[in-house]
Design a protein around this ligand. Structure first.
Ligand SMILES: Cc1cc2nc3c(=O)[nH]c(=O)nc-3n(C[C@H](O)[C@H](O)[C@H](O)COP(=O)(O)OP(=O)(O)OC[C@H]3O[C@@H](n4cnc5c(N)ncnc54)[C@H](O)[C@@H]3O)c2cc1C
Length: 578
């Protein structure tokens, strides 16, 4: 089969915060290395880093500390995080935010004394979320993109989709197979090191926030390459997705955490402020708690016209709301809602994926030469990601990957390997599968998946629902294989790419449902109504999913409490002083 062949030293799949930081750091570490970045969309215009609204968690204030940020992360993650990864995240966030300001050129909002302003985010004991208004991601990604453009040595392959990691005949990583979306042709890029940074993205739920280019491709590729995936049951629902009616893509898009953090109220259809019925922290409880409370109101039928609940900000003063949350107010106005002075309908929406590829603190995976960073990686957040820890995660670990890969190449001297021709051919045939099938209604199939995941593998789960969900996913997978894009050409064939998206989503949906069945307790984002208790914290374990010749196997591994044990804290001195 025809495939164009290329070579690079470092191949970076994904151009969000993780991918771009990795490229800049790798180039700085060794400007002689050839670096190629690949994205499914356009540089700076795709992925979720651009969509970051609320901001970036970092302990800068003298009243705050890395230890406090760490404890919030561990407790928010319900004692499931990999503690060394969480510690690296919170401690390196400090140097990364200075780098973003002083080297990358970002402007963030400041206090009158010139220090960086930290806003309140739910689930945190200190207001540490650094931001640029309420559209922080545009500032971060635009400045990163300019820095990458200013370094012509970093090559871009835009509108290129990675479809498979390809080994050499000896099993070692050889590179990745891509499709050039513009002409539909295959490219094989041989690389000494590859970074997986395609950003997860749980877009398989009826309501979801991530960008449309994200369809779990990285995790589907990693699974097929034999890598273990951790915490796959942990899908984060953001409580306040906009509910703008059934026929608009704006439904599901997120209204940022700072709205609740700054004092917004949630009201049900009967205008009752219901959070007091669920949690003493009211609207400032963590995302999982608030999402479940909204879901319970929905199940009880106490809903708004479109089936959600209301967020109300007007009691804070419409002028203040319009000033502090300009982006959110504009977005709501575009959809016919008055956020500053009225009520806006909201619904929980799938937002972030805590699960992902198992990695070390230096971003290495168990396959030499393959690194992972950003939302494709796992372990930092455990059962729940704190709002503001997502973009910190992708920039911190993207930078680390960029530091590490050049040194790894210098030390290991892997060179470039030829791909295993049989596997390369099989992967191309796999990607071309829908061309041999009868044209079918892909959108109807996608709707089936979105509904099955929302109804049975969503905010509240139980065994019967998960088994029903799995049966539905299997039926969708079978139907997908029989659904084609007929004899349409490959050039910019977006139906083909929708098909490929749906296959990745279906494969990973299955792993989510299996991992959710395995966890017979309730932690953070994973709630089983048939097992509502969290289980013994001191005997915490996480799920590990891996593809074997028998199918997907889900195991469990104990959490190592390397820094702090349940019942202990690293901030006792601070608590005593308060
Ligand atoms: C609406 C919204 C608001 C958010 N707000 C916040 C916030 O306030 N604070 C916070 O901390 N986090 C927030 N997050 C989460 C945050 O955006 C992510 O955690 C983070 O940006 C992920 O970075 P990343 O580099 O891993 O992935 P992304 O930035 O999503 O980048 C993924 C990249 O991979 C590419 N890609 C995907 N598949 C392929 C493929 N097959 N081949 C090639 N390329 C591929 C994409 O095109 C893209 O370039 C928000 C997310 C959303 C959706």
């Amino acid at each position: 089969m025809n495939v164009e062949r290329h070579k690079t030293d470092i191949l970076i799949l994904g151009t969000g915060g993780a991918g771009l930081f990795a490229a800049l750091h790798a180039h700085k570490a060794n400007p002689d290395l050839d670096i190629t970045i690949v994205s499914k969309g356009l540089l700076g215009k795709c992925g979720c880093t651009r969509m970051v609204q609320g901001g970036y968690n970092v302990a800068l204030n003298p009243g705050d500390s890395v230890e406090r940020h760490f404890m919030d992360t561990i407790e928010g993650g319900k004692w499931l995080p990999h503690q060394a990864l969480a510690w690296t995240l919170v401690s390196t966030a400090i140097e990364r935010i200075h780098e973003l300001e002083n080297e990358i050129g970002c402007f963030f909002d400041r206090n009158p004394d010139g220090t960086l302003h930290g806003k309140a985010f739910a689930g945190q004991t200190f207001d540490r979320t650094v931001h640029k208004g309420d559209l922080t991601g545009i500032e971060i990604i635009n400045r990163l993109m300019e820095q990458v453009w200013a370094r012509p040595a970093i090559r871009h392959l835009e509108e290129h989709r990675a479809v498979a990691l390809i080994p050499a005949t000896d099993g070692a990583l050889a590179g990745a197979l891509l499709i050039d979306v513009r002409n539909g042709e295959f490219k094989f890029v041989a690389a000494q090191a590859v970074l997986l940074a395609t950003g997860g993205g749980p877009t398989m739920y009826r309501y979801h926030t991530p960008s449309g280019d994200k369809s779990m491709d990285g995790l589907a590729m990693a699974l097929r390459f034999g890598l273990p995936l951790r915490d796959m049951e942990m899908v984060q629902f953001h409580p306040t997705g906009l509910l703008a009616g059934p026929d608009t893509r704006m439904t599901g898009t997120v209204l940022e955490e700072g709205l609740r953090g700054s004092g917004g109220h949630l009201l049900n259809g009967a205008m009752h402020r219901f959070m007091s019925d669920y949690d003493p922290k009211l609207e400032r409880a963590t995302r999982d708690v608030v999402s479940r409370a909204i879901y319970a109101e929905m199940r009880a039928g106490r809903t708004t016209k479109n089936g959600g609940v209301y967020i109300k900000m007007s009691h804070l003063g419409p002028e203040r709301v319009a000033k502090e949350f300009k982006g959110m107010v504009d977005r709501c106005r575009d959809c016919g809602f008055d956020l500053a002075g009225g009520l806006v309908e909201v619904v929980p929406t799938a937002h972030y994926f805590m699960g992902g590829v198992v990695c070390e603190v230096d971003t290495a995976t168990e396959r030499p030469g393959l690194f992972v960073a950003g939302e494709d990686a796992s372990g930092m957040h455990g059962a729940n990601r704190l709002g503001g820890n997502g973009v910190a995660n992708s920039t911190v670990f993207g930078g680390i990957a960029g530091d590490v890969m050049p040194h790894w190449i210098a030390r290991e001297k892997p060179g470039h390997r030829d791909p295993d021709a049989n596997i390369l051919d099989a992967e191309m045939a796999r990607a071309l599968h829908p061309f041999g099938q009868k044209y079918g209604d892909l959108n109807a199939l996608r709707e089936k998946l979105l509904n099955a995941m929302w109804d049975d593998v969503g905010v509240v789960r139980d065994r019967a629902g998960l088994e029903r969900g799995l049966a539905a996913i299997d039926a969708i997978a079978t139907e997908l294989l029989a659904t084609g894009v007929a004899d349409a050409g490959r050039r910019f064939n977006l139906t083909w790419h929708d098909w490929l998206n749906l296959r990745s989503l279906t494969e990973i949906s299955r792993v989510i449902a299996l991992a959710a069945l395995k966890r017979e307790n309730s932690r953070g984002a994973h709630f089983r109504s048939d097992f509502p208790e969290p289980g013994d914290l001191s005997a915490s374990w996480f799920t590990m999913a891996q593809q074997s010749q028998h199918g997907i196997e889900i195991g469990e591994r104990p959490v190592e409490f390397t820094h702090v044990k349940p019942g202990e804290t690293l901030i006792r001195d601070q608590i005593a002083a308060e």
